[in-house]
Write a protein that binds this ligand. Structure first.
Ligand code: HEM
Length: 452
């Protein structure tokens, strides 16, 4: 009965990708090669079709011309909040009542805080300045073997994590530590399984690492007037959450701020360093940066070539999925396609990122792509879109810029072998792909002489 319900097609509904596998449906085919799955089914069934993914009827809208309609629809037609709540419960060990408070009752105020602290000019300036001084002090203490290769991801992921935590909690907070990074990365490594609905008791180590993070997240921030303090005060004073629930809600930001920023930063450094032309162009921009530590503040805004390289990295490494849930009455799209109440609607931006008509030679990393054609930047969607678009996007790009600039100002970086490993494909749908399991980007790093 279940299979018949999921696969049966009513009038005006999108065609359904048939699957005999109950619950899982097409999850494995989609997860193992999403572009092939979406393109081949688009060829067979049309650009909007339905597939059952992990028990959910999911309508994939694959023509970018239809995306704006979906992203602009009001919450009364389809919403992200129900899905957001499921993720809070499945992946952040939050109880259902707390998830309701965070995702529904407090959503307007919390969104306003994101806008104020993650996008406001003064706040971004002071967060960038904290990130810059964190990189500066971490790099000065970094001991590297003089001429043997260094694994880029293993070496720099903890640095990016600690810089991000510094910007949110202040430099002396317990989350600014290697042990907190280990807790974060253990939880992060099984995040795709938790988000896919696997029960958390199967992963006791992740659960204890996540609990370690939650026990640290409430320690005093040392930062007055920042995002984390504003959230904490709202959770306790306005939503009446107890310390345990408040910690769970704060831990979400620890993950959201780091999980995608870390691979974005390290891939950007690797891809720039592996392309002599782009590396030379970025170095010319860096020459214009004043002072030894002058890669934060206003300067990063002027590095347009670096900005292009970072967006090109995000274009290639992105695999996010923007998802909405249709309201119980169902909804009819402009073109007449009928969606059932409870259907999920999904947009996969890499379909456009890898479209040769939009991005010629889409598989190639072209550092100056967006300098040559600035309008193309609006076609890159690594931060999702609509109501759930990443609120940390402006700060995130700045942090990546400061990271790359800090490293290149201090080091000559040479990628050993000249080729980069593949992406980790197990994170489809979550954001920026990490690096293939068991691999790293091996580089020779030589400290540069002091600039005059
Ligand atoms: C390059 C780094 C980053 C990338 C690629 C990225 C990407 C994303 C994506 C794809 C989403 C989901 C969008 C959607 O559903 O349409 C998201 C959501 C989110 N991101 Fe980011 N992100 C990054 C950095 C950050 C940072 C630094 C912060 C905070 C300091 C942050 C905070 C959040 C939050 C709170 C959400 C959930 C928004 C909601 O539920 O409405 N992100 N991010």
């Amino acid at each position: 009965m279940y299979i018949i319900y999921q696969n049966h097609r009513k009038r005006n509904e999108p065609a359904v990708v048939f699957s005999f596998i109950p619950v899982l449906g097409s999850a494995i085919s989609f997860g193992s090669d999403p572009l092939h799955f979406l393109r081949s089914n688009t060829n067979r069934l049309g650009s909007t079709f339905c597939a059952v993914i992990a028990g959910n009827r999911t309508v994939f809208v694959n023509d970018p011309k239809d995306w704006q309609e979906i992203l602009r629809l009001p919450k009364s037609a389809m919403n992200f909040d129900d899905i957001g709540k499921e993720v809070l419960v499945s992946s952040f060990y939050m109880d259902s009542g707390t998830a309701d408070a965070v995702q529904f009752e407090g959503s307007k105020v919390l969104h306003g805080q994101f806008v104020k602290y993650l996008q406001g000019r003064d706040s971004i300036r002071s967060m960038t300045s904290l990130v810059r001084s964190s990189f500066s002090s971490q790099l000065s203490q970094l001991h590297l073997p003089p001429s043997s290769p260094v694994p880029l991801f293993a070496t720099f992921s903890p640095l990016v994590f600690k810089a991000t935590m510094t910007s949110l909690f202040g430099p002396d907070h317990p989350l600014v530590s290697d042990s907190a990074y280990t807790n974060f990365s253990t939880h992060d490594s099984i995040f795709p399984l938790l988000a896919g609905g696997a029960p958390s008791f199967l992963f006791p180590s992740s659960s204890s690492c996540s609990s370690n993070l939650r026990s640290q997240v409430l320690e005093s921030t040392g930062l007055k007037g920042g995002l984390m303090e504003a959230r904490r005060s709202y959770f306790t004073s306005n939503l009446g959450l107890n310390p345990r629930a408040t910690a769970a809600a704060q831990a979400v930001i620890v993950w959201a701020s780091s999980a995608n920023t870390i691979p974005s930063a390290v891939w950007s450094l690797a891809m720039i360093s592996n392309d002599p032309v782009s590396l030379a162009r970025v170095r010319v921009e860096l020459e214009g940066v004043e002072g030894e530590e002058g890669c934060g503040g206003a300067d990063v805004d002027e590095m347009t070539y670096l900005d292009s390289c970072i967006h090109e990295t995000l274009r290639l490494a992105s695999s996010s999925l923007t998802v909405r849930k249709v309201n119980p009455l169902g909804y009819t799209l402009r073109g007449g396609t009928r969606l059932r109440g409870g259907d999920r609607v999904a947009i996969f931006p890499p379909l456009r990122h890898m479209d040769p008509l939009t991005f010629p030679n889409p598989k190639e990393w072209v550092g100056g792509r967006f300098v040559d054609d600035p309008a193309l930047k609006s076609r890159v969607m690594p931060f999702g879109g609509g109501a759930s678009k990443c609120p940390g996007r402006v700060f995130a790009v700045r942090e990546v810029k400061v990271f790359v600039a800090s490293i290149l100002l201090q080091f000559e970086v040479t990628v050993v072998g000249g080729t980069l490993p593949d992406f980790d494909k197990t994170r489809v749908g979550l954001g920026i792909n990490g690096i293939e399991k068991g691999k790293d980007v091996m580089c020779i790093l030589r400290r540069r002489g002091k600039r005059e």
